[in-house]
Design a protein around this ligand. Structure first.
Ligand SMILES: [Zn+2]
Length: 129
């Protein structure tokens, strides 16, 4: 399931507004979101006051049930190292697998990216192969 939450966003013009920001994207259930991502429009917000269009960076969990991908996409300015984050992500999945009656994330590729551009680059490269 894909999940979005309302965020309070402050525009460069100084005005504040609310926008639904995706935090979890399941591209198997919601292929439209994959299109948005590839078009560079996922979590792009439009200020209702000045019309400015900008990207609102937010942590996103990317889930592809068909390809068995579970990707953790952190913000560019995330201070933690990739090695630590990958370790944490794998631990999380193990935890979920142990809790659930049926193991969910078996044979999954678990990866960490910094920024949606890094993720899109990876996915594009992969589709070309
Ligand atoms: Zn504005």
């Amino acid at each position: 399931m894909s999940v979005s939450e309302k965020h309070n966003i402050t525009c460069r013009c100084g005005k504040k507004f609310e926008w639904d920001i995706w935090s979890s994207v399941n591209v198997t259930k919601d292929p439209d979101l994959k299109d948005l991502l590839f078009d560079g429009l996922l979590n792009v917000v439009v200020c209702p006051f000045c019309g400015d269009l900008f990207y609102y960076e937010n942590f996103i969990l990317y889930h592809d049930e068909k390809k068995h991908y579970l990707f953790y996409v952190y913000n560019h300015d995330c201070a933690e190292s990739k090695t630590d984050l990958v370790k944490k992500a794998k631990y999380d999945c193990e935890f979920v697998n142990q809790k659930a009656d049926k193991k969910i994330f078996v044979g999954y590729k678990i990866e960490v990216f910094f920024g949606l551009d890094e993720l899109v680059e990876f996915l594009r490269r992969e589709e070309e192969l």
